[in-house]
Design a protein around this ligand. Structure first.
Ligand SMILES: *Cc1c(COP(=O)(O)O)cnc(C)c1O
Length: 422
């Protein structure tokens, strides 16, 4: 199975003779065995099999294997939301007293998780520009730095990460690069091919695609060498798992196995089987949805850039973008469906534009198949003054449009209603 479109449809679940063609929903917390020896072997990780849905579930295994195939990794673990995927991706390799270098252009929820909650746990973060030079990145690295983190295509700034540069610096310092690949999805960008070691996702966005199920995922490339001495938790016996040595016992799958049997065991941010089923179904059409999202968004970007009521647009796959070259390199077939633009006339004009749309709905969500819009200044960033807004790269006239997969003429007709109201 070599082509990515085929993997979307076929990978992750292969029924045996007479079994359901579609992955069944294993709505069960527990699994039945007929001998204590078998259960003992499962707990010793000597035998493969399910024993408790907090650790693994056959329905979740399907999208996990599909995503592993799409990203080109050795294993994946679903989590209950993108937030828990990001947290576990780090807690799996560090603890109090450690440090992370992180792109400053990341999802607001991730920023709070790192900058507030994980700081309370004693983990320190340095936030660097996604456009930082190698010298600037080198300066940010410390002796206790355990990871570098960034978003391939940042939400909401749409900055494109120079994955190869960030990977080079991380590896020069003996630490992994973790990339949140939520916005482009593996259809448009595969960070592991460019040197990323771990990929995380909020599957709540395009992977699900229908805005029906929260979820997250961690994918392990299997390429990072944990045995340098910087990560003793991987090379010394895990007392909480009767002496398991992850690199010795699980080889290339050391990271993702530890994430499951240690982190998920203790934290319990496991996906619901129903949500895993919905995610799997969503991913079956990911390739054709992403193609349409990108084609529609590019048409919308071209339409907006020709309008005299628009002040600026930000779409990395449009030639006007400062990230156009990076986007061409890392996401040559398209980036995603999300566009930011500023209308002339500031906050008031933006509100009038938004309130005049008939089809596009005003929602906080992004990246599903229905066109939707958000005015950050009066919603997610409502508490901030115009001066504070500028400081965090959000502008009063800014509208974020998540272009859906409807007929693009209908999307543009709706935008015209908004522009006519300004
Ligand atoms: C939404 C989002 C998250 C958080 O995911 P949830 O599933 O909402 O917890 C993380 N990273 C990015 C880039 C996102 O867009």
């Amino acid at each position: 199975m070599s082509k990515i479109e085929t993997k979307c449809v076929q990978a992750g679940y292969t029924p045996k003779n007479g079994e359901p063609r579609v992955v069944p929903i294993a709505q069960s917390t527990t699994y039945s065995y007929d001998s204590t020896q078998t259960v003992g072997d499962l707990f010793d990780l000597k035998a493969d099999g399910y024993f408790y849905t907090r650790l693994a579930n056959p329905t979740a295994a399907a999208p996990e294997e599909k995503l592993t195939a799409l990203e080109g990794g050795v294993g994946a673990m679903m989590t209950s939301a993108g937030q828990s995927a990001s947290m576990i991706s780090l807690l799996n390799i560090l603890g109090a007293g450690d440090h992370v270098v992180c792109s400053s252009s990341i999802y607001g929820g991730t920023f709070n998780l790192f900058n507030v909650t994980m700081r309370k746990m004693g983990v320190d973060f340095s936030f660097v520009s996604p456009y930082a030079s190698e010298e600037e990145l080198n300066v940010a690295m410390r002796g206790n730095t355990k990871a570098v983190f960034g978003e391939s295509l940042a939400n909401p700034s749409l900055a494109v990460l120079d994955i190869e540069k960030f990977a080079r610096i991380a590896h020069a310092h003996g630490v992994p690069l973790i990339v949140d690949n939520t916005f482009p999805t593996p259809i448009n960008c595969r960070p592991i091919e460019h040197g990323a070691d771990i990929v995380v996702h909020s599957t709540s966005k395009y992977l699900d695609g229908h805005a029906v199920a929260l979820g997250g995922a961690i994918v392990d490339s299997g390429r990072f060498d944990w045995s340098s001495g910087k990560f003793p938790e991987f090379t010394e016996p895990d007392k909480s798992y009767h002496g398991t040595v992850y690199t010795r016992d699980f080889g290339k799958a050391a990271y993702i196995t530890k994430a499951r049997v240690q982190m998920m065991r203790d934290i319990g941010a496991a996906p619901a089987p129903m949500n895993a089923f919905l995610l799997n179904m969503g991913m079956e059409t990911l390739h054709i949805r992403m193609e349409r999202h990108c084609a529609n968004a590019l048409r919308v970007a071209e339409f907006l850039s020709d309008s005299d009521k628009i002040d600026w647009i930000n779409y990395p796959s449009h030639k006007s973008s400062k990230d156009y070259e990076l986007a061409k390199k890392y996401m040559p077939n398209g980036s995603c469906g999300v566009i930011s633009f500023g209308v002339k006339g500031g906050r008031e004009a933006a509100v009038r534009f938004m309130d005049s749309l008939k089809m596009a709905s005003i929602v906080v969500h992004v990246a599903d198949l229905r066109t939707c819009v958000l005015h950050p200044a009066s919603s997610t960033h409502r508490q901030l003054s115009d001066a504070d807004l500028h400081a965090c790269g959000v502008f009063p006239e800014q509208i974020r449009m998540s272009v859906g997969i409807e007929n693009v003429e209908d999307i543009i007709a709706d935008i015209k209603l908004g522009l006519n109201a300004i």
